[in-house]
Design a protein. Structure first.
Length: 366
């Protein structure tokens, strides 16, 4: 038997069906990324006549979807990624969830999906976390990954926006995204394939962007590289982003990152990094930068650090960039001081061990 409760939030009432057969929790010191899932999930439906309705938290379970559902045929979907962190005092907190929900709605607009109530979505995530709070791991470096996503569920064959959707949130306890942790990774610059172009879907967090990147990532994996660095889709010379990260370069004391141009995903961590660098009076430039320009800096000994930023990895130092036949070893392949300070400060704020001067942390009621 499953017990049923309800919780009133905003103008919605969330119903709750408890999982009476909870799973065995994995060891928190052995958590591969994205493999385990908690006991419950959140679902909300959308229809043209009722809008978003019937929000509920139910036992984690397979979805029952018509094989003609438009998600399968036309890829109308978006998703987000954020984390819940356990502090040394045992509290649970989120990091800038408002930014994730803002981006989710930007993705919705681009993919012709009805917008959600951002405040309610955060409340629903907090309620789901309250229910599955025992799944938030307490081993240093671990967290509970939160995956909100929306799929088109109308059974219809024809190219137009769906009339029905489901907004779903699942949770997954995770360790470090990269097995190497904060150690520098090797990145391959991609010259053949492109990720996105201005006017396309590059600035939306939608599944097709990631599916189309897999072939380049597969090749990079075989050659011993952790990720692919994408160049612009038109001239194939300007740096855009890494597969799961935005990218930064420290050149002669100034940190340079590619400007948002319509094909680059606006990362929440990217925004936080820029904010923190300015707070520390470290010069930051958001502008176009070509691989040739970067290589010249490297040749002249001016490229001091390179690192990626993202929710999954937080800060990932880049120790080597492979471009054409060149292997650019950055900072002797070791983590630089700016990368280290950013990582320690960001994770400190997230885990509650460093003061949050920006009011970025949101507490979860336990």
């Amino acid at each position: 038997m499953r017990s049923k409760e309800s919780c009133i939030m905003s103008e919605y009432t969330i119903t709750f069906m408890k999982n009476e057969q909870p799973k065995e929790k994995p060891q928190s010191d052995n958590l591969p990324f994205g493999k385990y899932f908690t006991d419950h999930m959140f679902i909300q439906d959308y229809s043209e006549d009722r809008g978003w309705h019937n929000p509920r938290i139910v036992p984690y379970q397979p979805l029952v979807i018509d094989p003609a559902a438009m998600i399968f045929h036309y890829g109308q979907t978006i998703f987000e990624g954020l984390k819940a962190y356990r502090t040394p005092q045992g509290e649970i907190q989120l990091f800038r969830p408002d930014k994730n929900m803002e981006r989710l709605n930007r993705s919705n607009r681009r993919m012709c999906i009805p917008e959600i109530d951002e405040k309610f979505a955060i409340d629903a995530i907090k309620h789901l976390l309250h229910i599955d709070q025992e799944w938030v791991p307490n081993t240093p470096g671990t967290s509970l990954y939160i995956r909100p996503f929306i799929i088109a569920t109308e059974p219809f064959l024809g190219v137009r926006p769906s009339k029905n959707y489901q907004f779903i949130v699942i949770l997954s306890p995770v360790g470090a995204y990269y097995e190497t942790g904060i150690n520098p990774v090797k990145i391959a610059v991609e010259n053949e394939y492109v990720r996105a172009v201005k006017g396309g879907t590059g600035e939306a967090k939608t599944a097709g962007n990631y599916a189309s990147s897999m072939i380049a990532q597969e090749i990079a994996d075989k050659e011993g590289y952790a990720q692919v660095l994408w160049l612009d889709g038109l001239e194939r010379k300007y740096i855009e982003e890494v597969g799961s990260m935005n990218v930064f370069f420290k050149v002669n004391g100034t940190v340079i990152t590619p400007a948002l141009n319509g094909s680059i995903l606006e990362g929440v961590t990217r925004n936080s990094v820029i904010h923190m660098l300015k707070h520390w009076d470290i010069p930051v430039e958001e502008r176009k930068i070509s691989m040739k320009e970067l290589y010249n800096y490297y040749q002249n000994g001016e490229l001091e650090e390179a690192f990626g930023s993202g929710t999954a990895a937080v800060i990932s130092p880049i120790g080597e960039l492979a471009w054409n036949d060149e292997h650019m070893i950055i900072n002797d392949g070791i983590t630089g001081p700016v990368s280290t300070k950013l990582y320690q400060t960001l994770t400190g704020i997230q885990y509650g061990t460093v003061k949050d001067p920006f009011d970025w942390v949101v507490k979860v009621k336990q």
